[in-house]
Design a protein around this ligand. Sequence first.
Ligand code: NAD
Length: 255
Amino acid sequence: MSAQRVVITGGASGIGLTLARRFAARGDRVALCDADAAAVAAAQEALPDTIARHVDVTDAAGMEAFLSEVETSWGGVDVVCANAGTGGPAGRIEDLDYDAWRACLDVNLNGAFLTCRWAARVMRAQGAGLILITSSTSGLHGVPYRSPYVAAKWGLIGLTKTLAMELGPAGVRVNAIAPGAVTGDRMDRVVAMEAAASGLTEDAVRQIYVKGTSLRTWVTADDIADMALFLASPAAARISGQVLAVDGHTESMVP
Ligand code: NAD
């Protein structure tokens, strides 16, 4: 398989950085953007051949500049990972702040719109390409007290299904990956927040996540990258419009 040209949003840490590392390790060209300037600088140092830019996915002009730079440099793109996301506020819906709700949807959903719109324009013209959207098992099951995040991740599944229909005839595939609870900084923060809110120990909260899966497991960022690399391979040439859960089979999302 020849080297691919891969764009990753939210690519400077966590799952996005692992995607960047894994695509780069197999010889692909990678461009990433992220809203965390320090993380972008570190990613650039770790992956010197990568185009790494400090851009917020909700900044339409910034995204346009970043993606135009990529298109000019590469002359096209093969894989676009709309991965940037944020957890948003937790709480009962009657207590949620409207601005916090909107900010969560803005990053998770509107940022993906800007990313996918550019990808669709380039890929339709090419007659080929793959869009990979990072949803979540939350978007498949729902999670109490996480309504903005769930609504956004559920919305991304609708976006995946619809774009697969719109772009399939042009030779473009669109799939979503739904990670379960992935080990790393983000889940450490979530576990600490949930432990503080519930009065449980962090270990007890972690056990709830493990016991909520059939395989009694957490997931790693490399598990997500394995799925992304498979979807970007010829073996997945007939897979589109799907939501691939990499989660140890979630049975319960109720904490
Ligand atoms: P993370 O916090 O480690 O990484 C997310 C990255 O996105 C960070 O580098 C952050 O700076 C960046 N980002 C946030 N807002 C941004 C914005 N407005 N513009 C550009 N970049 C922005 O988290 P992660 O676990 O790697 O999450 C990656 C994706 O996976 C997210 O969409 C998340 O919702 C999804 N996900 C994560 C888990 C999990 O357990 N970690 C589970 C399901 C889904």
